[in-house]
Design a protein. Structure first.
Length: 532
């Protein structure tokens, strides 16, 4: 028995020793593996200081600590870039095909990031696919062609160097290590968004998002049944979807600062200062006020069409003008409209270039010039989204000092509040410009922010990270023209009667249909601010 155990032990030790030999393979394994790893490190560093740097070069910071945080973010992405180059370089033929593609695509994105402060988004892919060839060619400059030629040339010589590295034994071992380097960070909640939104991973994740968005739109939702009728020949309805505006920071609601001076001067403005949103995130709030969703039927936000379809049945020409990126949860409603225009394609919240709602005005003018007598125009604004300084011009930097770092904790409460209030002041100017364009029409404008914002309550700022009351109290107001008031004095009287009542944001679906003088069985007057 002892002899048998001894033999088993010897056999076991032999297997372990052989496994170790296979793992280490021989000196050639060590040499070739080191050469491969060094090769990947070199190209990762080159990629990081040329192309990946485009994602970080304009990030505002105010201290060495802020700079260190930015560098740590850059290094984190460099790690997963190394993992990507590592895994494709294990096989030289895979590398020779994939590396040039990654480099050229990254070069194109980096070029537009450096020169136009734009990045790859699903909207950009959609525009490229929907535009004609000539329009797409107009986006190509000789400088971009030069960048691509340089990128391809570098890729060619890098690929030649990879072929000089001899056969790599134990490829499965390298695959496991590179796989872990990539997928451990990608499965961490804190890092996934930072990685997925930046090159080279943004190429993959954006294409996946684009395909996913189109699948969600392709899944047809049932249309509304029954009679839908508009009782007026001419009507212009404008709905402005706001962003992160808290009702308590509006001068018109009693805020001590002059954040809405122009709105306060308008005689036909009614502020709905007591609106409550059940949701404090854009992708959740918008589907619920665009549809018949309510507390008892939250599923309607994802199974039914929006008021846009009903207004189309009533003879309205419909348009959605977007100054924000589209999100899967409400893309269906955007596509319900006759026309969809992306004003800010390629801009996202981590690009720190000016991103202004006034860019919507030329597109609004185009819609107002259209001959259709009944119009619904939805303006999705960027409003008061963080980073606040990018959403107002220097002329509207009234409250100072403003923030000087993208790292929230590096700014004082005063700086954050000042920058936030400046966004509202600029929004006030934007609203005024929209109202001016509507005054001579039979028109009504409804503004509703998607949610509110924290401004130091319980030590918290912005929204989404915690859940507290200010995030659920969005700004909301209604403006109507003199022509509208003369035709619908009963609606105006009801609006004034209801202005201080507590409504949830579900009111929007029912109220905008009644404001448009549409008769349909789908209006619930308990949620209608235009009726007593």
């Amino acid at each position: 028995m002892n002899t048998q155990n001894k033999a088993d032990n010897i056999q076991c030790l032999t297997r372990v020793r052989n496994f170790g030999k296979n793992l280490l393979c021989n000196n050639s394994f060590s040499t070739n593996s080191l050469r491969l790893i060094k090769f990947c490190l070199y190209i990762t560093f080159f990629y990081g200081v040329t192309l990946l740097l485009a994602e970080f070069y304009d990030n505002p910071f105010s201290s060495i600590g802020d700079f260190a945080i930015l560098v740590s973010h850059w290094l984190m992405i460099e790690v997963v870039v190394f993992g990507l180059f590592y895994i494709i370089s294990i096989n030289k033929y895979v590398f020779s095909v994939s590396f040039p593609i990654i480099m050229v695509l990254s070069t194109i994105i980096a070029y537009y990031r450096y020169t136009l402060h734009l990045t790859l988004m699903p909207e950009v892919i959609e525009l490229l696919l929907e535009n004609d060839l000539r329009t797409s060619i107009d986006l190509v400059s000789w400088q971009l062609i030069l960048w691509i030629i340089i990128s391809f040339t570098v890729s060619f010589f890098v690929t030649i160097h990879r072929f000089r590295i001899k056969q790599i034994p134990c490829k499965w071992f390298h695959c496991i290590i590179s796989f872990l380097i990539i997928f451990v960070p990608l499965n961490m909640e804190m890092s996934i968004n930072a990685i997925a939104k930046r090159i080279p991973y943004s190429i993959f994740f954006t294409v996946v998002e684009y395909i996913d968005n189109h699948r969600s739109v392709a899944s047809e939702r049932p249309d509304f049944d029954g009679l839908v009728k508009c009782n007026t020949d001419t009507m212009t309805v404008v709905f402005i979807i706001g962003e992160s505006l808290r009702a308590s920071s509006m001068q018109i609601n009693g805020y001590e600062r002059e954040t809405t001076p122009l709105l306060c001067k308008e005689k036909n403005v009614v502020s709905m200062s007591n609106i409550y949103s059940d949701y404090n995130l854009t992708h959740l709030s918008i589907p619920h006020f665009m549809t018949r969703s309510d507390e008892r039927h939250p599923d309607r936000a994802y199974t039914e069409r929006s008021f846009v379809s009903l207004m189309k049945h009533a003879g309205f020409s419909t348009a959605w003008l977007a100054n924000q990126e589209s999100i899967k949860s409400f893309l269906y409603f955007m596509k319900e409209c006759d026309r969809l225009k992306y004003v800010s394609s390629g801009k996202v919240s981590y690009i720190y270039d000016k991103w202004l709602d006034t860019d919507l005005l030329p597109y609004l003018d185009d819609e107002l010039r259209r001959k259709e007598p009944r119009k619904l125009i939805i303006l999705h604004t960027v409003g008061s989204h963080w980073y606040y300084n990018t959403h107002f011009t220097d002329e509207y930097q009234k409250f100072i000092p403003v923030t000087n770092s993208k790292i929230l904790s590096s700014n004082t409460f005063e700086q954050i509040r000042n920058s936030y209030d400046n966004t509202i002041l600029f929004s006030d100017y934007f609203w005024n410009q929209v109202i001016k364009r509507l005054k001579k029409r039979n028109a009504v404008l409804i503004y509703l922010s998607d949610h509110g914002e924290c401004m130091g309550e319980d030590g918290h700022f912005i929204h989404g990270s915690v859940d507290n009351e200010p995030q659920h109290l969005p700004g909301c107001f209604v403006w109507y023209s003199d022509i509208f008031a003369s035709k619908y004095h009963d609606k105006v009287d009801a609006l004034l009667f209801n202005k201080d009542k507590r409504y949830k944001s579900y009111f929007l679906f029912h109220s905008i249909l009644d404001a448009a003088d549409i008769k349909t069985e789908y209006i619930d007057n308990h949620l209608n601010i235009f009726t007593r």
